[in-house]
Design a protein around this ligand. Sequence first.
Ligand code: 9Z3
Length: 366
Amino acid sequence: MAVPVRTYQPELSQAINRGLEEPRVAQSADESSYFTHNNPPPYLGSVEKSVQDFLNIHGRCNLVLITSGGTTVPLENNTVRFIDNFSAGTRGAISAEQFLDRGYKVIFLYRELSFMPFLRHFTTDPNHENFLDYVDNRHLGIKKEYTEKLRKILEQYDYHKQHHNILTVPFTTVNQYLYTLKSICETLAGHYEEDTSKVAIYLAAAVSDFYIPESKLPDHKIQSGGGGRGGGEGEQESQTSGHIISTANSGLTISLSPVPKFLARIVDSWCGGAMVISFKLETDDNLLYSKCTGSLSKYGQSLVIGNLLQTRKREVMFVDKDEDGEYRHVWHRLEDHNRGGTKTVGTIEEAFIPLVAELHRRWARK
Ligand code: 9Z3
C-alpha cells in the first residue's frame, strides 16, 4: 500500500503566510514552538487516514516504523534550490525487507524518489544494470539470465503486497518529515494503547539539523545578482528575505535556525513505550562512541546504532545500556558475520536486523 501523495513539488497554495507571528528561533528544548510556527503539509489528513486504515487491518501486530532517506531544506517557497542531507535510502530500504521477513508490519516513511524495498534491487545493481536491461526487446519477456533473480524478489514483493504488510509514506522537506513522523507516532500510540511495546521506531533517515522557518523564506527563486527584477539601470542591488540575503557584490548569505531535536519527544510522549532505535552518523571515528552515548543520555532511546560515513556498509556499532544502567557497545561487522555465521549475507543490514528484532522481542516482553 502506498499513500498517493506527491511531496517533491512545492505546495503553491500554501505560499508563505506573512501574517504569521515571527518565529522565535527554536532552542533544542523548545519543540512545541516548531509546530506553532511551521504549517503542516496539506496532505497530512490523508496520510493519517491511510495509517489508521493500515493499523485497522492488522490489529496490534509487531510493527516497525522505519524512516529512510535524507530531508531537504528549501531555500525558496517555489523551490529551485534546497539543502539536502546525505542518504540514498539504502539502509532503510534493506532494513524494511529484513523486518518484513521477520513477520513485522512496516510503515516506511521515506524520502520520495529514494530507494524503496524490493525495487532497490534493480537500481543498486553493482553492474549498473537497471530494470530495462532485464527485458528482451524482441519478445518483451525477461532475459533468461535474470529470471531467477526477478522471480525471487517478485515472490516476496507480491506476498507482502497481497497481505498489505507495508505502507509507504513519502516526504521531501524536513518540515514534511517532522509533521508526518509526529502524526504517525501519535496514531500508533492511540491504536496500540497499552501495547506500544510491540512497536519499534527505527530512525534511519538523515535529518537536517538546520532549516529556514516558513515565514522567512523568499517566495521566488533567489536572484544571483541581488534583486534582479527588471534589469538595467535601477536594478535592485540586494534581495533580502528574513534569513536569506543576496547581493550582487557579496554573494549569498543564508542564516539557518536549529531544528529542535524531537527524539526525546518520541520516547516520552509521541509514542511512549515503543522501542526507539536511532542512528548516529559521524565521519571521525574518535567521536562516534561519545556521540552515541551523548545521544542516549539526552534522548533516552533504547538503542543507538553508530556508523561512519566511510564504512557504514561494512560495520555498525550498537550502543545501549545494560541492566545496571552502564553504557555498553558492540561492533557488528559484515566480514565477521560471514566468517562465523551459518548463512553468508550480502549487506550489513541482513547481519544486524535479526539482532535488533531480538532486542525488540525482549523489550516487548518486559
Ligand atoms: C544514518 O546514520 C544512516 O545509517 C545513513 C544511511 C544515513 C548513513 P544510506 O541510506 O545511509 O544507506 O545511504 N542515519 C541517521 C543520520 C542522522 O541524521 N541521525 C541523527 C543525528 O545523528 C539522529 S536521528 O543527529
